[in-house]
Each structure stands twice: as structure tokens, then as C-alpha cells.
Write a protein that binds this ligand. Structure first.
Ligand SMILES: Nc1ncnc2c1ncn2[C@@H]1O[C@H](COP(=O)(O)OP(=O)(O)OP(=O)(O)O)[C@@H](O)[C@H]1O
Ligand SMILES: [Mg+2]
Length: 409
């Protein structure tokens, strides 16, 4: 479909659909907004075009999708992923699409969305939104480079599956982001659980293609590339989600992990890392770099046995045991005396001190996770939230110590 105008016309945008003629109102609106400076393409030509040099000048594309496309979303998904990888903004135009399909396409990283037939002014507004210099979802690269950051590295690791490591990471990161906001302290959350990573689910963020590129080539990573791969949650917390596809943990080498941590530490005051629950080659790297390494466990045999093994490994390999803080999740209430006795015996048997006691937050916790929001937003008075807010406060105090220590050097 030769709707694509020549380069001299200065193409700024493309409208892409299975059959552009189905979306005649979109054609009218594109003409009203851009005159001659746009072109129409079908999915396969669109994909080819996005891979070409000419596409670099594009400010955005619209991707129009209707019920017919829902039978097989692959061509649409490919197109959106290609645009995201080429850092071209995407406005999704959806005609009678099911919420599930819409959700799936938005998760791939479309920047904006409008229904079809387009409401009056909707395309204009969508273009305005995506043209703002610092869009709310993408992190503008860095800020001034001369700001010295505390770079406190705080990995979080569950000692058994499902003990609450991600809930801890996400909510602690958000508490730090809230508390640090006024004094200009910046927090970043990285999901290193490349296979099962659920940070993106708990904060309702898309998993972006760019992340795979970033972690598979950390050698050539610069501030710009790193910042571009992050997503901002509510303008306060920057998040590196797990990649779009589940990857083997070994894809990261110790060098990759060092580079990623160094980069994050140079740009942020607090770097929370959600770790995979298995010990991998680069666990040691993270442990060595950690200011505090949070190990989360529950009051059950599985956690107890894994903790025992973990402690033995740390001691045998002479890893920095002193940086590890054990946190007992779903800790029993003070009033539950027999359970308190079990906690005491657990700590004694493992020869560890359980420094953090995280209460059971009940259904609110699951609800918050499902809604993709931190507890502070959905249930601020929840006992788990209150405890995490206290943990964040004591970490804040660490920055002051760091600052002092630097001043004394
Ligand atoms: N203190 C708590 N009170 C109530 N519910 C909790 C608490 N901590 C975690 N949960 C719930 O337990 C479930 C598992 O938590 P989460 O995903 O954080 O665990 P995880 O250790 O990261 O698991 P995985 O091994 O899958 O990575 C979630 O549904 C979460 O809402
Ligand atoms: Mg997890």
C-alpha cells in the first residue's frame, strides 16, 4: 500500500493498521494534525519500515487495531515491540477490542491509547501527551551528572518461594521513594529475578524489550541506555523490571551485575534489588556490594532448612555475613506466646538474629499486589506497611552516616 510519502515531505509519523481504509476517521485526523507529513502502512510493511534508517526521524506511530486483529495479535505485538525498541512513541487506536487484548498491547509498551471512532480532539491530545519532554512513564536520562548519590545497595532475597521477598522489595522501595522525595533523594528498584520476576505485576508496569538489550550487552551500556530502560512509577520511583521473556539466570555474568549495580549506585541514593531465590554465580557479587542484604524467611521448616544452608554457605565462602539482615515475614503477634517461643528457638537453632519482624498484613497485601499498587496507596494503615515505613526511616538515617563518612575522608 504505497501511502508512504517520500522523504522530502518530512515524514513525522506513520499510521499502521491491517487495512488503513477501515479507519477512515483516523486518516482524517492524521491529515488534520500533520498535513502531508505522515504515511499509512499495513503491519508487514510497517515492521519493515520501523527497521529502516528512515524511521529514525519518526516522532510517533499510531497502531490501529480492531476485533478482526484479535484472532492473532502477533503481527501487532511485533510491531509495537519493534517501535518500543527503536524508541518510537506508539499511540494505540482500538476499535471494539476486548479489555484483555487491550491490556496485552498496552503492556508491550504503547505510550498512549485512544478508542475508535476517535472522540473529538483525542488524537491531538494523545500527540501532545507523548510529545512532552519528560513523559510520565519514561525516565528522563539522569539529571545533572555532578550530583553525588549515596548509592546504597539493598538486595532482597527470599529464603524460600513465596515468602514475600517481592512484596518487601516493592513496598520498601516505595516507602524510600516517598520519604526521600522532599530532600531530593532518588530510589531505584531492580528486578533481578529474570525468570519469575513479579515487580512489574506488583506495580502494574509493562516489561520492556529494551531491558533484554540492556542486560545482554552491559559492556556498551551508558547512562542514557540505562535510564531509557527504566520506567517511572508515579514519578517518584524508577524501576528496572525483569525482561519481557523469562530468561535463564546465567544470562547475567558477574561483570554484568557489577556494571548494573555500579551504574545504579552512581545515579541513585537507594538501589533495591529483588533477587532470585536460588543462589547463582552472581549472588556473591551482589552480597559483596550490598550495604544491607535482606533475607526474608517465614516460620516454617522450608525456610528454616534453606536458612541453615544459606548461613553455612556464607560462612564457608567467607562472604560478608555481617551485612545480612534476616527478616521474619508473617511474624506472629506479641500476644501469641507459643509462636513467639518458636521464633526464639528458630533463631537460636540457626544461630542468627531475626532483626526484622514483619507482621501479617492480611488480605490487603494480596489486594495491593493484584491492583498493581504499593500498600502506602491502598492501605496506608496496614501493619505491614507501618513496619516497612519504619525500616525505610532507619535506612534514610544510613544516608546521613554515609554523607558524614564521605565528608571525613
Ligand atoms: N506480610 C504479609 N502479609 C500478608 N500477605 C503477604 C505478606 N507478605 C507477602 N504476602 C503475600 O504473599 C504472596 C507472595 O508474596 P511475594 O510474591 O512477595 O513472595 P516472593 O518471595 O517474592 O515469591 P516468589 O518466590 O514467587 O518470588 C503475595 O500474594 C503477597 O501478597
Ligand atoms: Mg518474588
Amino acid at each position: 500500500m504505497g501511502l508512504l510519502k517520500t522523504k522530502e515531505a518530512g515524514i513525522e509519523a506513520c499510521a499502521i493498521a491491517r487495512d488503513m481504509q477501515t479507519f477512515d476517521l483516523l486518516i482524517e485526523d492524521m491529515e488534520a494534525e500533520l498535513g502531508e507529513r505522515w504515511g499509512g502502512l499495513d503491519f508487514s510493511d510497517g515492521l519493515l519500515y520501523l527497521g529502516s534508517d528512515e524511521a529514525r526521524g519518526l516522532k510517533f506511530i499510531t497502531v490501529a487495531v480492531d476485533k478482526e486483529d484479535e484472532k492473532d495479535l502477533t503481527p501487532v505485538s511485533r510491531l509495537i515491540s519493534a517501535a518500543v525498541a527503536a524508541r518510537i512513541k506508539v499511540i494505540l487506536v482500538a476499535y471494539d477490542l476486548s479489555p484483555a487484548a487491550l491490556h496485552e498491547l498496552l503492556r508491550l509498551g504503547a505510550d498512549d491509547f485512544t478508542p475508535y471512532p476517535l472522540p473529538e480532539g483525542a488524537l491531538h491530545e494523545a500527540i501532545e501527551r507523548i510529545s512532552r519532554p519528560a513523559t510520565p512513564t519514561l525516565v528522563a536520562s539522569g539529571g545533572p551528572s555532578n550530583v553525588s548519590r549515596a548509592g546504597i545497595i539493598l538486595p532482597v532475597s527470599g529464603l524460600a518461594g513465596g515468602v514475600g521477598a517481592t512484596t518487601f522489595s516493592v513496598n520498601l522501595a516505595w516507602e524510600l521513594a516517598l520519604q526521600g522525595d522532599e530532600s531530593g533523594l532518588k530510589t531505584c528498584l531492580m528486578d533481578f529475578d529474570l525468570q519469575a520476576g513479579s515487580v512489574s505485576t506488583y506495580l502494574d508496569l509493562p516489561r520492556r524489550e529494551a531491558i533484554f538489550e540492556l542486560i545482554s550487552d552491559t559492556d556498551s551500556m551508558d547512562r542514557e541506555a540505562f535510564s531509557q530502560a527504566l520506567l517511572s512509577f508515579n514519578d517518584k520511583l524508577d524501576v528496572l523490571t525483569a525482561p519481557a521473556d523469562a530468561l535463564p539466570l546465567e544470562i547475567l555474568t558477574t561483570e554484568d551485575v557489577t556494571r548494573l549495580l555500579d551504574m545504579a549506585a552512581s545515579l541513585y541514593d537507594f538501589v533495591i534489588v529483588d533477587m532470585p531465590k536460588t543462589l547463582v554465580q552472581w549472588t556473591e557479587t551482589v552480597l559483596q556490594r550490598a550495604d544491607i542484604f535482606f533475607s526474608i524467611l517465614e516460620l516454617d521448616m522450608r525456610s528454616a532448612q534453606n536458612t541453615l544452608r544459606f548461613v553455612r554457605t556464607l560462612k564457608a565462602e567467607e562472604l560478608p555475613f555481617e551485612n545480612v539482615r534476616f527478616a521474619l515475614n508473617r511474624a506472629p503477634k506479641f500476644t501469641d506466646l507459643s509462636a513467639r517461643g518458636r521464633v526464639k528457638r528458630l533463631a537460636e537453632n540457626l544461630d542468627i538474629s531475626l532483626e526484622l519482624m514483619l507482621p501479617d498484613g492480611g488480605r490487603h497485601v494480596l489486594d495491593a499486589c493484584d491492583r498493581g499498587l504499593p500498600l502506602a496507596d491502598t492501605a496506608p494503615k496496614n501493619p505491614l506497611r507501618k513496619e516497612l515505613s519504619k525500616v525505610a526511616k532507619s535506612i534514610m538515617e544510613l544516608t546521613q552516616e554515609h554523607a558524614k563518612a564521605k565528608g571525613e575522608l
